[in-house]
Design a protein around this ligand. Sequence first.
Ligand code: GDP
Length: 608
Amino acid sequence: MDLPTYTPKDAAVPEGEVVLERASTPQELGPKLNRTAADVVRFLMQLGEMVTATQSLSDEQIELFADEIGATIRLVDPGEEQEVARETGLGVGGPLGEGEGSGGRRPPIITVMGHVDHGKTQLLDKIRDANVVADEAGGITQAIGAYQAEKDGRKITFIDTPGHAAFTAMRARGAEATDIVVLVVAADDGVMPQTIEAINHAKAADVPIVVAINKMDKETAQPDRVKQQLSEHGLIPQDWGGDTEMIPVSALTGDGVDDLLETLLLVADVEDLKANPEGRAAGVVIESHLDIGRGPVANILVQRGTLKVGEPLVAGPAWGRVRALINDHGEQVKEAGPSTPAQVLGLNDVADAGDTFVVAPDEKTAKSVAEKREHWQRVANLGREAAAASGGKLEDIFEQIQRGDVATLNLLLKTDTTGSLEALTESLRKLERDDVKLAFVHRAVGGITQQDIQLAATSGATIIGFNVRPDRKARELAQVEEVEIRTYEIIYQALEDIENAMVGLLAPEYEEVVTGEAEVREIFSVPKIGKIAGCYVLNGTITRNSKVRFLREGTIIWKGTVNSLRRFKDDVREVQAGYECGIGLSDFQDLKQGDIIETFEEREIPRS
Ligand code: GDP
C-alpha cells in the first residue's frame, strides 16, 4: 500500500503550552496544533496505528503527535480544559504564557565553518578566553559541546565543534540548531573548496552568514581579494552594496573579535530570535557519550522552555529524570533556559548528536515515547525526505511521479573540467519535463568528497560524477548516509541513466564485503577522547573511517565507524592482520575484552 506522505514541517507550531482534552479526536487535535486531521491520521498510520479522524486518541498518541511537531501540550480531563482556559484568560486550546515576559529574546546560536586551517578553532578559543565572564566561583570552562560568550551584557551561544560535519549531522536528523553561521576565511588564503561547501550548507539550511576575514595580522592578508572571491559565490559585502557582513579579524591577536560579536548581535536582532522560556523544555542533543561513574551524559542545547533538575526527559531513544545539570563553567545548575547549553546526567542511554529532546509530562510517558523512538525516527526520516525541497533521489522519483506529484530530482554535479560541467548541466536541463524538474544543489569541478556526501545527504540529492570518482572516505560516508553516487565517463550514458531514472527503471546495486576483523585485548581511557580499544588485527585490514559492526559473542551490539586508528603513538590509515593497534570508535564507549570489531564496505557492483 502506498502510504500518503506526512510532512511535519509545513506549518508553525503554536508557541507555549497548548491545553488539550484527553481523548481528543484527530479532527479536534489537528487544528489546535496548526495541523489538519489528516496530518494526525497519517502520522499515526506511519507508526502502524490505524485511526480515523473521528476516533478518540490515547494520551500517548496525542503526546507522540505533539512531540513529532515540537508542540508543548498539557493534557487535561474533558471539561477541565475550559476551566484552565478561563483561569488564564485565553481561548480554549490557545497557547498559555504568551503574555508579557514570555516569547522573549534569546541568545543567537552560532556555528563556525570554513576551510581547514583558516582559524575556526583559534577563533572559538579566542572568543571563549576573552568573552566568557569568569564567575564568582572562578569556575574554569568545561567542554560541554557549546559555550556562551557575553558582549554588552548579552549572551551569544557558540557550538564548540567547528566545521560543517556537526552542522550537517544535526540537520540530517532534522534539528535546526544554528541561527547564524560564522564563515571563517583566511585573508592570506582566500576562498577554498570547503569555504564554498560551507556557503552551500548554510544556504541549504537558510541560515544567515556572517563572514570573519581572519588572519588580518598577516602581512600577506588580502581582504579585498577575499571579498571579490566571495562575491563570485553570491556573498556580496555590505560596503559593496550587498547584504553580507564581512568583519576583518585576527583570531590570533583578538583584533576585530569585538566587532564580530557586535555584528552577530545585530544580525540576531534582525532575525528576531525569540523563545518562550516558560513551559516544558525542548531542544537538541549536541553530543552524548557514556562516562564511567556518571553513566550516559548528554550535552544539550535548550531551544525553548526551561529545563530543570528533576524533570522527566526523553532524548532520542534515551529517557530518564534529569539528575544533574552542568553549565559551561562546569558548575551544577538548577535550570537551563532557551539557547543555553548544558550537560544532562540521568538518562538511561546515550542519544545521537542531532536527536531532539523534550520534557515529558511524567516518567511513564518519557519511557513509552523513548521506546517508540525507533518508529518515531523512521517517521521523521520519511517526513524529512518529503521535506527535502520536496525533491528526491533517483530511486524515489518514480514513486513521486506515480502519485501524480511534480517531482524534483535533486542533483549534485561534480566533473573534471568547467567545460564538461556546463555541457552536462545544459544537457540535463533539456531532460526536464512537466512532471519532473531538476534542481542542482551544488555544481563544481573536482573529485567527490565527504563534504559533497554530507550536502547530498541533507538535501536528499543524488551525486553525479563525470570523469571524477569519490575518494575512499566519501565512498564510506556515502554508505553511512545512504547517498547514491553515479559516475560516468560518457555524457550520453549519464543522460540516458537519468532519463531512465525519471521513468523509474533504476535500482541501486551494492554488495557488502567484510574488510577486516580485530579483537579487543585491552581498553584505554584517553582524557577528552574517551575509550580506545587496544586490538589485535585477526584478519584483513582495519582502515580508518571504515564502517564497523561491533560484535560481542557473535551479536552485533553497535554499528558505526572507526574514528581513530593508531599504531603506538602514530595515527595511521590502516593496520594489517597480525599487528596490534588502538581503535577509537565514534561515540561508542562500552568496550569489553574479547569483543570483535568487524569492518566492512559496501561495494558498488559495476553496471553492465
Ligand atoms: P581550523 O582548522 O580552521 O580550526 O584552524 P585553526 O584554528 O586550527 O588554525 C590553523 C592555524 O592558523 C593555526 O596554526 C593557528 O594558530 C593559525 N591561525 C589562526 N588564526 C590566525 C590569525 O588570526 N592569525 C595568524 N597569524 N594565524 C592564525
